[in-house]
Design a binder for this molecule. Structure first.
Ligand code: UD1
Ligand code: UDP
Length: 368
């Protein structure tokens, strides 16, 4: 007899497509191996990210099946966006009656999925549970705390995440499985090598002769002083012979044009790139400057010095190891960190983030 479990996966933002792709691949492998106890996945895309370069590119390149539902929610205030998602997800969950709802990370799509499922008493599995910045002004911190507290299965990427949950009294259903983004890197790094020369040529840069930067956190984009300081830092470190490439998030692009910030000729703002292009660019960068969560870890896995444009990080291991330095949005600290970046070497103990089998373990645990 086939003991099939129906899963509803809820995604909406760029990093969630990347994480869900790893688990989707593991689900296919699981079903092939265990034909009598399969996992049937239905994918819901909330539409939080919708530009082709923020959404479709990832479905195509990572071969994620087309979503079964696209809610088309789009951009609006936190309350409106989460509310619209909640209403639509609830209808889908009532119709689909899944055995489990699968959530990723800490976006508004995560929160809406968590609330909808919890109120319908549907078990929730949260991938990337237990991460904390201890900064409740971050919308992500609210989203992840709320999601963790209504989840039944909490899949933690690190030991620190397990401890954070224990400190909040959560221990049942907690599994330290490793990081699905590490699974993804192991799977795609070789593939990225095949397009590496093409993307470097296309952008007219040489390996280890450019910086790679991303900025999209609300705390940076919505604070003129912080955004200005960060870009002043970029202007200072960049030169035509060692430019800073910035695949720009649409949120930041809008703010930059509103503020009319002027960039020096070494600062090169480009459109967001695909995942394979991004990891090829990361591996060849002299240093990475970012406020992204995922990119801090990718820098660590590729042993590229990272300068984090935030006041704290959830990925404390990258800092403890010596590969990542937290500088906030201070122009001089950015300049100092980059000039010392060549010395930012440490121990890269990749297994801190698991063995590259987090997605398989998630499937096995859900099935059990
Ligand atoms: C969201 C997540 C953040 C995650 C990031 C990944 C929340 C609260 N934040 O932030 O945790 O790190 O995704 O990239 O869920 N926009 C477009 N086109 C798009 C998407 C967004 O133009 O396809 C613009 C809109 O002006 C929108 C703004 O970007 O208002 C912000 O988008 P939103 O999804 O609300 O938050 P992110 O900053 O992307
Ligand atoms: N990324 C990408 N193209 C880009 C910028 C980022 O493919 O132009 C990938 C990056 O390699 C990482 C993920 O998107 O895997 C990180 O997403 P983001 O920075 O948007 O969100 P966060 O991780 O901060 O939540």
């Amino acid at each position: 007899m086939n003991r099939s479990i129906k899963l509803v996966t809820i995604v909406g933002a760029r990093p969630q497509f990347i994480k869900a792709a790893a688990v989707n691949r593991a689900i296919a492998a699981h079903n092939e191996k265990f034909s009598d106890s399969t996992l049937e996945e239905k994918i819901v895309h909330t539409g939080q990210h919708y530009d082709e370069s923020m959404s479709k590119v990832f479905f195509d390149e990572l071969e994620i099946p087309q979503p079964d539902y696209n809610l088309g929610v789009g951009s609006c205030s936190h309350g409106e966006q989460t509310g619209k998602m909640l209403q639509k997800i609830e209808q889908i969950l009532i119709r689909e009656k899944p055995g489990c709802v699968l959530l990723y990370g800490d976006t508004n799509s995560t929160l809406a999925g968590a609330l909808a499922a919890a109120k319908l008493h549907i078990p929730i599995a949260h991938v990337e549970a237990g991460l904390r910045s201890f900064n409740r002004r971050m919308p992500e911190e609210i989203n992840r705390v709320m999601a963790d507290h209504v989840s039944d299965l909490l899949f933690c990427p690190t030991e620190a995440a397990v401890k954070n949950l224990a400190n909040e009294g959560i221990s049942d259903g907690v599994y330290q499985v490793g990081d699905v983004m590490y699974d993804s890197i192991l799977f795609y790094a070789k593939k990225a090598k095949t397009i590496e020369q093409e993307i470097l040529k296309q952008l007219d840069v040489q390996s280890k002769s450019y910086y790679l930067a991303t900025v999209h956190r609300a705390e940076n984009t919505d604070n003129i002083n912080r955004l200005r300081n960060i870009f002043n830092g970029f202007n200072n470190i960049s030169a035509p012979e060692c430019p800073t490439l910035i695949p720009v998030h649409p949120r930041t692009k809008k703010k930059l044009s509103e503020l009319g910030l002027v960039c020096s000729n070494g600062v090169r703002i480009i459109e967001p790139v695909s995942y394979l292009e991004m990891i090829a660019l990361e591996q060849n960068a002299r240093a990475i400057l970012t406020d992204s969560g995922g990119i801090q870890k990718e820098a660590y896995w590729f042993k590229v010095p990272c300068v984090t444009l935030r006041e704290e990080t959830e990925w404390v291991e990258t800092v403890q190891s010596g590969w990542n330095v937290i500088v906030g949005a201070d122009e001089q600290s950015i300049i100092n960190a980059v000039s010392g970046a060549d010395k930012l070497h440490g121990i890269c103990q990749r297994t801190i983030y698991g063995n590259g089998d987090a997605s398989n373990r998630i499937c096995e645990i859900i099935q059990k």
